[in-house]
Design a protein around this ligand. Structure first.
Ligand code: ATP
Ligand code: MG
Length: 274
């Protein structure tokens, strides 16, 4: 991370992005900061997610996107800043606490348990129970149905996820969140390990959720051209701050690529002896 912003930071107030119809955002973060030892991952992040909105969060490797997602899902505690869910300020105590508020996450590192089956992973921490036992039959049936619904081809939901490909594992993580009752989905690079077909399938799913209108989504991706069509707005994270907040109709993959490349070139120039 360099210390030379190329675009001006946005304020916590709604920028050019759309204001939620009832004026209350699904999620709002104000002045979030996070350090890891000497490293400042997030300096002063202001971000809002309108109800029913899909927000693309972009930024170079190491910009702090995953750190921000992990703060918004209760995994990391911020060093400073405030978080509001549906207009109410909250202190997220844990991932379970965030989930109880309707926030569900697909982590970049997936958070699947290798030794467990596909269907057990899909119901991890949300198991269907027929007291006092797990209702494996129901979980198997639902896992199969959800994956088939998404168009994901995993013939046997009883296999360990360790035996699956990266793209299949990612599909399971996405399906797990999408078929939860969450109202806020945080998707950290859900397309990263996907082939062209599976990537399109995830994006179609995001579009379907958007049409339903009751789920708000933050999606991180590096392929801007691929992800922009499903987003309403896009935020660029640079230098630990959101430096761009635009409606997707007001920007383009080319503009976003140019901004990120310009940042890299400026950092390189700063490193070179004069
Ligand atoms: N648990 C941690 N401990 C120490 N440093 C960390 C930790 N998590 C992240 N970082 C550092 O914080 C910075 C931001 O990392 P982060 O994973 O949020 O970036 P990112 O924008 O998601 O990058 P990528 O696009 O590569 O996934 C990096 O310099 C990273 O090394
Ligand atoms: Mg990341």
């Amino acid at each position: 991370m360099t210390d030379t912003p190329t675009t001006s930071p946005v304020s916590a107030a709604p920028a050019s992005g759309g204001v939620a119809p009832n004026g209350v955002d699904a999620l709002r973060a104000e002045h979030i900061a996070k350090r890891f030892g000497a490293l400042t991952a997030l300096r002063d992040v202001n971000l809002r997610l309108g109800k029913g909105e899909v927000l693309g969060l972009i930024g170079d490797n190491g910009a702090g996107k995953s750190t921000l997602i992990k703060i918004l899902c209760g995994f990391h505690k911020p060093d400073a800043g405030r978080i509001f869910v549906n207009g109410e300020e909250v202190t997220l105590r844990s991932v379970d606490h965030a989930r109880s508020l309707g926030i569900d996450t697909v982590y970049q590192d997936l958070a699947l348990i290798n030794e467990l089956s596909v269907y057990h992973n899909m119901f991890l921490n949300r198991e269907v129970v027929r007291w006092p036992l797990l209702n494996n039959r129901v979980m198997r049936r639902q896992a199969k149905a959800h994956l088939a619904d998404m168009g994901v081809n995993i013939p046997d939901v009883t296999v360990e996820v360790a035996k699956l490909s990266g793209g299949q594992r990612q599909a399971i993580a996405v399906a797990r969140s999408v078929y939860s009752d969450a109202k806020i989905l945080l998707l950290d690079e859900p397309l990263a390990a996907m082939g062209a077909k599976e990537g399109a399938l995830i994006l179609d799913l995001v579009s379907d959720l958007k049409r339903r209108g009751d789920v708000s989504i933050i999606i991180i991706a590096h392929n801007y051209a691929q992800v922009l069509p499903v987003c309403d707005r896009v935020n660029l994270l640079q230098h630990g701050e959101i430096t761009l907040d635009k409606r997707t109709s007001e920007t383009s993959a080319e503009e976003l690529t140019d901004l990120v490349v310009a940042e890299y070139r400026a950092a390189r120039r700063n490193r070179q002896p004069s």
